[in-house]
Design a protein around this ligand. Structure first.
Ligand code: NAD
Ligand code: DAU
Length: 357
């Protein structure tokens, strides 16, 4: 049995599906169901006896301890977090609370649980912390990609909170010997991503005939990875990674945002053409994100050579699958666009729909 946190969110729900497809081992899924967590993501496996869903907040240390005692996991895969950079700019408190305090409480509960295991179980136990490439800050156009030894230089409240949590995770290995692993991954995309993030936001807004807001000059670069490939990398690190080490994970798909926007528009033109003309007509450049990191790129050579991991999707195949998924799952999209979603979009982009210029 393993325990995953944040398994009703985007990567977490994909990870739970990936896990159940790859193994018969059970999975306890602990999630607070914030605005980003959605039990609908898990509808197809709620009756699967290998999967146990528990609604709980990782900041509740006593609850985490009792869940560990009850389910006796051999490993924890920690994904629960506040994850959206723009929200962290408007309200950093929740990021400090969940990403730093929550991770700390989970580490403390894990340390106590692990300390009481028998010798073999202690040696086999793993705490895998899922982190981000954003902790490394921003690259110039000719800088080498982020490696595992790149210094941390976070630039947003989100990335600072993730960096702080990474540091706490590290200390639990060096100070207490807890067998931790950390992954630092680049931008994910795929099914079940909440439509506040660039790619699903574009799809959902384009289909509604709404403006497609591109921050700044649209030339910020991200390194995109299909979510299923992130999940396979997490499994590889969990089973074969060395405790105390960190692993960078990326797709070697560096693209400027405007290229991504045009590609998504092109896919929609093919898969769901609009009678009003090509979707690119909706593109609009809006006020930049404060502290907007210019470029991310991941050097994945360590996870590739040490753990023999490779992504299965190209950016082209992954984006096509993703657009097709959103087209086939419009009831899911409609269900997540509740009042709190609309309030966020209005607050961030302006209620007139014209963008934040
Ligand atoms: P998400 O926002 O879609 O999901 C986060 C999940 O965590 C939600 O289900 C939410 O309900 C849950 N959660 C939030 N606060 C909680 C709390 N206090 N207690 C219990 N559950 C709580 O996020 P995501 O995009 O799936 O990201 C998952 C993890 O992967 C995060 O740690 C994020 O930093 C990291 N990551 C994300 C990306 C990406 O591109 N999305 C890339 C690299 C790393
Ligand atoms: O790099 C990994 C990170 O990727 C994860 O740690 C974060 O959890 C995840 O949210 C993501 O962060 P980004 O800020 O890169 O993702 P987002 O989808 O918000 O934005 C992608 C790029 O698109 C970024 O350069 C900002 C830009 N953008 C975003 C939005 C929402 C726009 O131009 N317009 C938009 O409306």
């Amino acid at each position: 049995m393993i325990l995953v946190t944040g398994g009703a969110g985007f990567i977490g729900s994909n990870f739970v599906f990936d896990w159940l497809a790859a193994t018969d081992e059970g999975i306890v899924n602990v999630d607070a169901l914030t605005y980003a967590g959605n039990l609908r993501n898990l509808a197809s496996i709620l009756a699967d006896r290998r999967h146990v869903f528990v609604r709980a907040d990782i900041c509740d240390g006593a609850r985490m301890s009792s869940l560990l005692k009850e389910h006796q996991p051999r490993a924890i895969v920690h994904l629960a977090a506040e994850s959206h950079v723009d929200r962290s700019i408007l309200g950093p408190d929740a990021f400090l609370q969940t990403n730093v305090v929550g991770t700390f409480r989970l580490l403390e509960a894990s340390r106590a649980y692990w300390g009481e295991l028998g010798q073999d179980a202690r040696a086999a136990f793993r705490f895998l912390h899922v982190s981000t490439d954003e902790v490394f800050g921003s690259l110039g156009p000719d800088d080498p990609a982020f490696s595992e030894t790149t210094p941390y230089q976070p630039n947003s409240p989100y990335s600072a909170s993730k960096a702080a949590s990474d540091h706490f995770v590290r200390t639990y290995y060096h100070t207490y010997g807890l067998p931790v692993l950390t992954t630092n991954c680049s931008n994910n995309y795929g099914p079940f991503q909440f439509p506040e993030k660039l790619i699903p936001l574009l799809i959902v807004r384009a289909l509604a005939g709404q403006p497609l807001p591109v921050y700044g000059d649209g030339l910020n670069v991200r390194d995109w990875l299909y979510v299923g490939d992130h999940c396979s990398a997490i499994r590889a690190v969990l089973e074969h990674g060395r405790p105390g080490e960190t692993y960078n994970i990326g797709g070697a798909n560096e693209r400027a945002n405007i290229e991504i926007v045009r590609t998504v528009c092109g896919l929609l033109d093919t898969l769901a053409p609009s009678t009003d003309g090509p979707y690119e007509r909706l593109i609009g450049f809006v006020k930049d994100r404060p502290g907007h990191d210019r470029r991310y790129a991941i050097d994945s050579r360590k996870v590739e050579s040490a753990l023999n991991w490779r992504p299965a999707e190209t950016l082209e195949s992954g984006l096509r699958k993703t657009v097709a998924w959103y087209l086939a799952n419009q009831p899911w999209v409609a269900a997540v666009q509740d009042g709190s979603y609309r309030a966020w979009i209005d607050r961030h982009y302006g209620s007139t729909d014209g963008g934040a210029q």
